[in-house]
Design a protein around this ligand. Structure first.
Ligand SMILES: Nc1ncnc2c1ncn2[C@@H]1O[C@H](COP(=O)(O)OP(=O)(O)OP(=O)(O)O)[C@@H](O)[C@H]1O
Ligand SMILES: [Mg+2]
Length: 357
């Protein structure tokens, strides 16, 4: 099946008086396959919202091609727009209307049956609050109402820019279940942009990582993590004095295996599997007291990948590394919590300038 979204070489330059033009999108490519939750992940200012706005015909781009459902957009957008639900701009609601009335009016104007309103209120978890006026809604409730609005027409493609914004942990959990249900049970293709790594890791089947308006890597979330995991094994033996001998035994047993003594443990890389380490050391008369597999989380992969933007036209293949600048490497300690947003400095634009001041 052809991709639902195909973007190639997208360019958008903001020209600012007396200053260098700013390339918000610098030849960005994006492909999204049908029926999955696809994460569009990148640091602040990397071009996610710009891409989604371009796709929906909200801004004009300077170059590149975009197809949705095989139709060239924005030219053929009218032909496919009825199949797309999106929350990209923060929608403005009439604050004196209730959530239910807001949706009823929207459904009516789009010629949709009334039952859709109750269905979407239930789906986004707003049924209890449906009678209250939007004026009293929290940020998270407004976000749910926006998603409800996008779901009214039962879209085949749902595009959400930072859907976790403003949601509490229970809300995020609920949203995740809803989006996965839509994709996996209803066949809806869901695209979510995010800079929340843990969210993408838990929510998405596949993802595209962007940095400075370019695609850095794409693929299944599992493959991207595995391809960049550089999994290593931490080995302890009852007598730490035997570690150098253990290192030697492993390195001579197989070419490509690395073994480095780090204080009271041995860090082994390139071993075919943990059982091989156990067996090889036992054959040398060394018995293990501990063996732990250490894998990187998505945060370290993300920082590694977005730490350095690739050259124009370069897409990093799974398994290929990108040089990690010192600062990025230092900000990704092993086992760092991944719930927090990546507070990598904004890449460019107003926020970056703010940060530099
Ligand atoms: N209207 C505009 N005028 C000038 N520059 C803009 C405009 N809109 C976006 N930009 C710049 O384009 C770049 C990409 O912005 P964009 O909003 O697409 O980033 P993003 O990946 O969505 O970031 P975030 O994670 O913060 O939402 C930024 O440097 C931003 O400052
Ligand atoms: Mg954005």
């Amino acid at each position: 099946m052809p991709p639902i979204i195909e973007i190639s070489g997208l360019r958008k330059t903001y020209r600012r008086s007396f200053r260098q033009p700013h390339h918000a999108l610098d030849g960005l490519d994006l492909e999204v396959a049908a029926g999955q939750v696809h994460g569009f992940l990148g640091p602040n200012g990397s071009g996610k919202t710009t891409t989604l706005r371009a796709l929906l015909g909200l801004i004009r781009v300077d170059g590149g091609t975009m197809r949705v459902f095989g139709e060239e957009v924005p030219h053929r957008l009218p032909q496919v727009v009825s199949r797309i639900g999106a929350v990209v701009e923060s929608p403005q609601f009439f604050k004196h209307f209730s959530g239910r009335l807001t949706l009823q009016l929207l459904a009516e104007s789009a010629g949709l049956p009334k039952e859709r309103v109750e269905a979407v209120l239930e789906q986004v978890g707003l049924r209890e609050a449906a009678k209250a006026s939007v004026k009293g809604y929290s940020l998270g409730m407004r976000q749910r109402l926006a998603v409800a609005q996008a779901l009214l027409k039962q879209p085949q493609l749902l595009i959400l820019d930072e859907p976790a914004n403003g949601l509490d942990p229970a809300g995020i959990h609920h949203m995740r279940e809803l989006l996965q249900w839509l994709a996996h049970e209803q066949g809806v293709t869901v695209v979510v942009s995010s800079h929340l790594l843990s969210e993408v890791q838990q929510l998405c089947d596949s993802m595209t990582i962007v940095s400075r308006g370019r695609r850095i890597v794409d693929g299944s979330v599992a493959d991207i993590i595995a391809g960049h995991s550089g999994a290593s094994l931490s080995v302890r033996v009852p007598d730490a004095g035997a570690l150098p001998e253990a290192a030697e035994a492993l390195k001579t047993a197989k070419a490509g295996v690395g073994a480095v003594v780090e204080r009271d443990r041995l860090v082994v890389t390139g071993a075919p599997e943990p059982a091989w380490v156990t067996q090889t050391l036992a054959e040398s008369g060394i018995y293990l007291s501990e063996l732990v597999t250490q894998t990187k989380n998505l945060e370290s992969v993300f920082l590694e990948l977005t730490g350095t933007a690739p050259q124009p036209g370069q897409t990093v293949q799974i398994g290929q590394s990108v040089a990690v600048p010192q600062a990025a490497a230092q900000s990704a300690p092993a086992g760092a919590p991944i719930e927090a947003p990546v507070n990598a400095a904004p890449e460019s634009g107003p926020e970056a300038e703010e940060a530099q001041r």
